[in-house]
Design a protein. Structure first.
Length: 505
């Protein structure tokens, strides 16, 4: 799941981005990788050839078998089993694009051929600059200059110049520690350092610099928009479609990873049994009960998973994971009613601030432009008119905007009442969340590893196979990793092997 990383050549993003700047490795899709001129996307399964002077690449050694030695961080071992196949997606949801059409009855579909390894030769260490930004030309120059595509960014970087121009009037040269010094005084003041000042070879051309930066910004904005549109067009993973959805969903190409990410769905299905939608931050709530306890949030159930009928491996490594008891699982309790819309309101017109009624805090409401708590506002009133008016917090600013007018508050702020109401609301919210979490744990079939630092999301995973595949979780004492890691830090529960567990003391 980490951009730029791979496990035996595999990545949840179908490959990784690499190039001549650290920004490359942070990109999680081919379209975002293409935004940077010096980056290139490497599909998983690609053979990468290093420069001729480098030693030939060899296959990574096989992972050592888990040793039966005591670990400082506790690894809870269970009999090793084969992880079940991930469920196939068959039922589309109305709010998401339909899945690919099924083949006609009786038709046979050939399995896709294994991808052919592409040969990519990387030109590394050539010393050439893809931009007009350079260092001082010596072996100890600032190595980052040649990757700076911005003209002003270059001329404002110590040790760099754009065709001889610099906002510092020159650059400091000498040892590698010299080139990061900005200004002649600081350069010459480094006694005994061997630094010397090199004057710029030509004056700054501010007109050309401003034009270049404007053009670069426009091209970057266009490239980012094109990349975003391309990712959306090619997406198989989706958010809830609202303005507050999880925008990262469309960049996840792997169905399993999509269904394991909060707020995302793969053709209407995910491992949490649904997703939370509504105001900002709702998508981060992992279950129906937690979602229902937050004002402004509502739960959308996922499409049910159809049986896959996939055959089991012919020769499993160990006894298969025991099936769940035949008796039907307990139905989850109904979501609690929303805490309250409170008495926070907008200006009462069709163009009022739509978020006011979801604000449960008296002080939060009274400090929100366009909102009032039973007629009280810390701004002494609110601006009314069009939608652009209601977010204005001062009478003078309101009066300066066309079509806006100021409405005075109908009562004074009562600070004591406000503090008392906020304290009671905070206590009620904490109680509601605690009750929702306790109710979910009582009916959960997926369990955490126990302790205050366990993976608490385990209790909100409703699909057995995803429970087994989530580090720190177990289904009736079984895990696809052969056990789980626990300890006195949240990092423990995230480890998926004894060797990684042992890294943390």
């Amino acid at each position: 799941l980490t951009p730029g990383c791979n496990l035996n050549g595999q990545s949840a993003y179908g490959g990784w981005c690499q190039g001549q700047t650290p920004l490359c490795a942070a990109q999680a899709s081919p379209s975002m990788c293409a935004v940077y001129a010096t980056c290139s996307w490497i599909p998983q399964g690609t053979t990468v050839v290093a420069p001729a002077t480098a030693a030939p690449l060899t296959a990574a050694p096989a992972a050592p078998a888990a040793a039966a030695t005591a670990l400082v961080a506790t690894a809870i071992a269970v009999p090793r089993t084969v992880a079940p196949a991930a469920p196939a997606s068959t039922l589309p949801a109305a709010a998401t694009p339909p899945p690919p059409a099924a083949a006609a009855q009786g038709a046979t579909t050939a399995a896709p051929a294994a991808p052919t390894a592409n040969l990519v030769v990387l030109q590394v260490g050539t010393g050439s600059s893809p931009c007009a930004c350079t260092g001082d030309g010596t072996p100890t120059e600032d190595p980052n200059c040649k990757y700076n595509p911005s003209r002003s960014g270059c001329t404002w970087s110590p040790g760099c110049n754009w065709d001889g121009e610099s906002h510092f009037g020159g650059w400091c040269s000498g040892a590698s520690s010299c080139v990061y010094t900005s200004g002649e005084t600081a350069c010459l003041g480094a006694a005994g350092s061997g630094c010397h000042w090199v004057p710029a070879t030509r004056p700054l051309n501010m007109t050309a610099e401003e034009e270049a930066d404007a053009s670069g910004a426009s091209q970057s904005w266009t490239a980012a928009n094109d990349a975003n549109a391309k990712a959306l067009a090619e997406a198989t993973c989706f958010g809830d479609g609202s303005a507050t959805q999880n925008v990262m969903c469309m960049y996840i190409p792997d169905p399993n990873m999509c269904m394991s990410t909060m707020g995302c769905n793969y053709h209407g299905q995910n491992s949490f049994g649904g997703w939370c939608t509504g105001s900002a931050g709702c998508f981060e709530l992992p279950g129906l009960l937690m979602c229902g306890a937050m004002p402004g949030c509502s739960w959308k159930a996922a499409a049910p998973l159809a049986p896959t009928g996939a055959a089991q491996p012919a020769a499993p490594l160990a006894a298969p994971i025991a099936a769940s008891p035949a008796s039907p699982p307990a139905a989850p309790p109904a979501a609690p009613a929303s805490l309250s819309d409170g008495t926070c309101q907008g200006d009462g017109t069709p163009f009022g601030n739509p978020n006011c009624r979801f604000n449960p805090s008296e002080s939060g409401c009274a400090w929100s432009p366009g909102c009032n708590w039973e007629g009280a506002s810390h701004f002494g009133g609110w601006c009314s008119g069009s939608l652009s008016c209601v977010y204005t917090s001062q009478p003078s600013m309101c009066a300066a905007m066309a079509g806006c007018h100021w409405v005075n508050a109908t009562r004074q702020i009562n600070i004591s009442e406000e503090q008392t109401t906020d304290a009671a609301a905070a206590a009620e919210t904490a109680r509601a969340f605690g009750a929702a979490d306790a109710a979910q744990r009582a009916v959960a079939t997926c369990q955490g590893g126990g302790g205050a630092m366990e993976n608490s999301y385990c209790y909100y995973i409703s699909i057995d196979s995803y429970c087994l595949l989530t580090p720190g979780c177990n289904l009736n004492g079984q895990s696809a990793y052969g056990g789980w890691c626990q300890g006195q830090t949240p990092l423990c529960a995230a480890q998926a092997s004894p060797s990684m567990c042992a890294v943390y003391a």
